[in-house]
Design a protein around this ligand. Structure first.
Ligand SMILES: *Cc1c(COP(=O)(O)O)cnc(C)c1O
Length: 463
């Protein structure tokens, strides 16, 4: 196992055991609908198309690498979450997965709310017209300036992450003559079935206030005494890329336990609980994510059952999917620059991007798949590693993949499921320019985030 693997094994995350690769797929040209955006297909010439446009045209018009986002798919997934939870619950899209003004508008139109966790994300949300009362502000170290902007803007909720922040937000709200709606983020001691680096609800970590030792109850006690705060609920986020609902079950049980203690001590029933995000998507054909309606049904049942057992009214539920909405809607389009066979090992395929546009493989040992996109091929499969152009041997995009043996420089290859945490975590390492995000819908393509230019780089570098 690699250095950062989850101790409980590969099924706990998007962790790839070292030396693991499955047999070549039966058909290298196939596009598994599990990992591809909904409108992706191959046309009669074998070229991959999305939203009715083929990737050769996209590469010509917008260059490579580029993130190609299927707008209809994004809207459909956002709507599926919204519909699955109905009017009894709220869906907050986690902006950190990927945020742009177009995305904010789509979310607004589809009836979703939005999580932000920095001044920059808040500015993006507000500038694209998301009503402030539909924004939740997160983060374990919001600056006083960020808090003030959020309170002034009138965000629907601030999620409090520490004892110091309880006082800080209360003070700022009061000095502005406001009463800020807040949730208190607690850690319930649940270790989600996910990668260690992105698990967030076990106790030894930076987020939230531990339920253990009565700390969460004490946080509620203090917050209830402060005039600047209106405590509306409890928040719990247990991790990322989760497939197994049992973590949410335990988390909900513990959150409801706290609601019951609060009722017994203070005589009030807090009206909301937020169960966070973290729902997994298929990065490869081996992953089997659940549909939003199944997740909604399971979560609603869990909370209802727990509340009945505790003789509490059922609070309003909210959830915060990021990856599960945007992840599958985009792929990264690269041009192959070199193809280097290493005898008895594998073939290294170098593309015109790399760890600067997808850090997840290097950071989390994340698993991806890849296809030849600019044509189909009947050549024999060859075992490949798709690597970037950075000065770093860990610069890997797809660790183990089969591509056709006739792959050559100039071919376009596409890596699916890169909608979440790729553009949003992109860097300028080696002064490589961050790729654009191109939204495709109904035969039309348009840039929603433009490619970075050398001018952009030099503008920041003031000499
Ligand atoms: C990251 C995060 C999410 C979204 O996680 P996904 O894995 O993208 O669904 C939701 N809520 C909080 C508080 C987060 O930090």
């Amino acid at each position: 196992m690699s250095r950062s693997a989850h101790p409980a094994g590969p099924r706990h995350a998007d962790v790839l055991p070292e030396g693991h690769y499955s047999a070549p797929p039966a058909d290298l040209n196939a596009l598994d609908p599990k990992v591809w955006a909904r409108t992706v297909a191959r046309d009669e010439h074998g070229v991959v198309t999305v939203g009715g446009i083929d990737v050769k045209r996209l590469a010509e018009e917008f260059g490579t690498p580029a993130y190609i986002l299927d707008e209809a798919d994004f809207r459909a997934r956002a709507r599926a979450w919204r519909t699955a939870f109905g009017s009894e619950a709220d869906v907050f899209y986690a902006g950190k997965a990927f945020l742009s003004r177009a995305v904010v508008r789509w979310l607004h139109e589809e009836g979703l709310n939005l999580d932000v966790c920095s001044g920059g994300e808040l500015a993006t949300a507000l500038s694209a017209g998301m009503p402030a009362d539909r924004i939740a502000f997160h983060g374990n170290n919001k600056s006083p300036g960020e808090i003030e902007r959020a309170v002034r803007a009138g965000v629907g909720r601030i999620v409090l992450d520490s004892f110091q922040e309880i006082v800080r937000v209360a003070h700022i709200a009061q000095s502005l003559g406001k009463r800020q709606r807040v949730q208190i983020r607690i850690t319930v001691g649940v270790e989600a079935h996910t990668h260690e680096f992105i698990a967030t609800a076990h106790e030894d970590q930076k987020f939230g206030i531990p339920l253990a030792g009565g700390q969460a109850a004490e946080a509620v006690r203090r917050a209830l005494q402060l005039d600047g705060l209106e405590v509306i609920g409890i928040h719990s986020h247990i991790g990322s890329q989760i497939f197994d609902m049992s973590g949410f079950e335990v988390a909900a049980h513990r959150v409801v336990g706290l609601l019951k203690d609060i009722r017994d001590e203070h005589g009030i029933e807090l009206p909301e609980i937020d169960l966070g995000g973290g729902l997994g998507i298929a990065y490869t054909s081996d992953d089997d994510p659940r549909e939003p309606y199944e997740i909604a049904k399971a979560l609603t049942e869990i909370v209802t059952r727990e509340c009945e057992a505790a003789r509490l009214g059922t609070p309003r539920i909210s959830v915060e999917p990021g990856r599960a909405i945007v992840g599958p809607t985009a792929f990264t389009l690269y041009e192959v620059g070199t193809v280097k066979p290493l005898e008895g090992l594998r073939t290294y395929v170098s593309v015109d991007g790399g760890m600067s546009d997808n850090i997840r493989t290097a950071l989390y040992d994340a698993e991806y798949s890849v296809v030849l996109a600019s044509r189909s091929s009947d050549a024999e499969p060859m075992l490949c590693r798709v690597v970037g152009k950075h000065c770093e041997s860990g610069d890997i995009v797809v660790r183990d993949a089969f591509l056709p043996g006739d792959l050559a420089p100039g071919d376009l290859i596409a890596v699916p499921a890169t909608g979440a945490y790729c553009r949003s975590m992109a860097s300028n390492y080696n002064h490589v320019l961050r790729p654009p995000v191109v939204a495709v819908d109904g035969g039309e393509a348009r840039v929603i985030v433009r490619r970075e230019t050398e001018e952009d780089l030099l503008r920041l570098d003031v000499g």
